[in-house]
Each structure stands twice: as structure tokens, then as C-alpha cells.
Write a protein that binds this ligand. Structure first.
Ligand SMILES: [Zn+2]
Length: 333
């Protein structure tokens, strides 16, 4: 007789490291009371967090004949639908930071017993945006949480978390997907129209390694793809063009809409990531082929500009005027 090992997180694509760590934690019944999920935007942190919540609360969690989570029981479905009262999400929303007030609200409900199941889960999105005060407030809860509480801290930059916070929760890295993987994933989507099929190669290359972005590109079509082209041009001007041209570009070719500007800056960051990766013969996720100026740009310049782009993203999120923020990026970044 063959002994079947239980399938854990069967629906999570890629991310083998994360699956391995969590599988052994869950299989041995020794899951931590807090995890930090650390990875770039689009690497599946939110998906992984919801799967962990399902695994903790699934009606079949103790029945090894089901995968973990089963994904089908009412509890799993509620969590996937975002309507479980035992899974709470804290996010910065429209604000640049997560302040101490948000953490106080967690602390107020912390000792209220779970509703449906025997555990409750707090997901903190963009945890790197917690202020120092907020992190210190959270620390009290992380140190001695009630036994039925689990925290999941989602972050694009675990190093922005206080050492004291990081020492209370194991960090698990989430990863972006190579474009070959994304291509396969897109091609396997049901009911694709011929136009969508045609967009698969472009979507796979331009998604920055994010399955979510790849699907959006595939489905939403040419407007989104145009934004990628704009990002590509902007990066070219930032690294290869004249400042004056870049300034004209800001005023003539960039989106006026705040959300689109944020997306554009994220794409610029993906492009810079590619240029950095190319220095170490890493795989390209954003560019289909390396731009001609790539070899001439120094690693230092790429790092400086990446930091400036992150600052610009934060400024836009904090309601900074788009043209002002982008001008500062061109002139100072
Ligand atoms: Zn279930």
C-alpha cells in the first residue's frame, strides 16, 4: 500500500519555498502564531494569506483525506469570498501609512473569541507601511497573542519592519513568476477569445512576473498594454534621455489619473528590476528584450532611481500632485 502524503496548498501556483515551509509547519501542527509574507507586488502574498487562513479554519483541516485547505467547505468559501468574520484585513487604504489607530482597533477585538471557527486571523496588508508607533503597538499583541489568534503580515519590504517585530514571526518569501510559467498559465485559462490568445505573449512579458497583472492585461486589453509601453518609454527617458525631454513627456504623455500614475510607477519599478537582474544574467520579466542602453547604466544609478520611484509611489499615495511628484523624480531621481 502506498502512503499518500496530504496535499497542502494545492491551488497555490509556484512559490515552492513557501509551500514547503508551510507544509511542514501545518503537517507537524506547529504553525507559528504570526508569519511575515515578504515579496514584490504581484507575487501572490494576498492569495497565500487567504490560503493560510483557509488551512487554519477549514472544516476538513483534521481530515487527511482532503487537501488542505479543501477550498470547498462553507468556511473555505466564505474566506475566499472575503466574508468570513474570523478573517480580518487591515490595510493602509488611501493613506500612505498604517497608523497606531488601526492597530488599536485590532487590540480592541483581539480578546473577542472567534465567531465561526476556533481561530481568527488578522491580515495586515502593506505591513511595511506601519509607522514605528503602530509597529510598537502591534508588538504587544505579537508577543502574547491569545491562543486562537494568528497574524499574517504582508510586505514588499520586510527590512522596513522593526527587528523586534521580525523576531516574533518567521519570514517567508513570495516570488514572482518567470515569463515561461506565466505564458503557460495564461494559455491554460478557459474560454479565451482569439484576441486574448494573441495578447498572451505580450501580457506574459509585460506583467512583471505577476499572475494577477498578467490576467488583467489579457482581459482588459490594449489600454493596459499601452500603459506598459508608456512605462517603457518613461524609463528610457529617465536613464537614456535628456531631462528636458522627460519633463515634456510628463506633461504630454503621462496619464492624468492618479490610479494609473501609481500603476505606471509600479511598472517603472518592474522595468528597473529587470535592468538590475540583467546585470547578473537574471531573467527578464518586464522587457521582451533588453534595451540598448541597459549595459551603459550602472547598478548604482539603477538602485538610486528605484529608490526614487518608491518615494514617488509613496508621495502619490499620500495625495501628492502627480506632476510635482514626477518632476521631482525626473530632476532628483
Ligand atoms: Zn475547507
Amino acid at each position: 500500500m502506498t502512503v499518500q502524503t496530504r496535499k497542502i496548498f494545492p491551488s497555490l501556483l509556484g512559490n515552492e519555498k513557501l509551500k514547503n515551509t508551510l507544509s511542514s509547519d501545518f503537517a507537524s501542527g506547529k504553525s507559528a502564531h504570526a508569519y511575515i509574507l515578504d515579496g514584490p507586488s504581484g507575487s501572490g502574498k494576498r492569495t497565500a494569506a487567504l490560503l493560510i487562513a483557509q488551512a487554519v479554519l477549514c472544516e476538513h483541516r483534521d481530515d487527511a483525506s482532503h487537501p488542505l485547505p479543501c477550498g470547498k467547505c462553507p468556511v473555505c468559501r466564505k474566506i475566499a469570498g472575503g466574508i468570513s468574520v474570523d478573517v480580518m484585513t487591515v490595510s493602509n487604504g488611501d493613506h500612505a501609512t498604517i497608523g497606531v489607530e488601526a492597530i488599536r482597533q485590532i487590540r480592541q477585538t483581539l480578546y473577542v473569541a472567534p465567531n465561526d471557527g476556533d481561530k481568527k486571523i488578522y491580515i495586515i496588508e502593506n505591513a511595511h507601511r506601519m509607522t514605528v508607533q503602530a509597529q510598537n503597538a502591534l508588538l504587544l499583541s505579537l508577543e502574547e497573542p491569545p491562543p486562537y489568534v494568528m497574524f499574517l503580515l504582508l510586505t514588499e519590504d520586510a527590512s522596513a519592519l522593526l527587528e523586534t517585530v521580525r523576531s516574533r514571526a518567521p519570514t517567508i518569501k513570495t516570488e514572482l513568476f518567470p515569463s515561461a510559467f506565466v505564458t503557460e498559465f495564461l494559455a491554460a485559462q478557459p474560454n479565451l477569445t482569439p484576441a486574448q490568445r494573441e495578447r498572451i505573449p505580450a501580457s506574459a512579458h509585460l506583467c512583471g512576473g505577476s499572475l494577477g497583472s498578467a490576467l488583467n492585461l489579457l482581459k482588459s486589453g490594449d489600454t493596459e498594454l499601452a500603459l506598459y509601453k508608456t512605462a517603457e518609454e518613461f524609463v528610457d527617458l529617465l536613464l537614456n534621455g535628456k531631462k528636458t525631454d522627460a519633463l515634456v513627456f510628463i506633461n504630454t504623455s503621462l496619464p492624468k489619473d492618479r490610479e494609473k500614475t501609481r500603476t505606471l510607477l509600479t511598472l517603472v519599478r518592474f522595468a528597473l528590476r529587470d535592468l538590475l537582474a540583467s546585470k547578473k544574467d537574471g531573467e527578464l520579466l518586464f522587457f521582451t528584450e533588453l534595451p540598448s542602453y541597459a549595459r551603459r547604466v550602472s547598478i548604482r544609478r539603477l538602485l538610486e532611481l528605484s529608490e526614487a520611484v518608491v518615494r514617488a509611489e509613496n508621495d502619490i499615495a499620500a495625495n501628492g500632485a502627480q506632476v510635482t511628484v514626477l518632476t521631482a523624480l525626473v530632476c532628483g531621481g
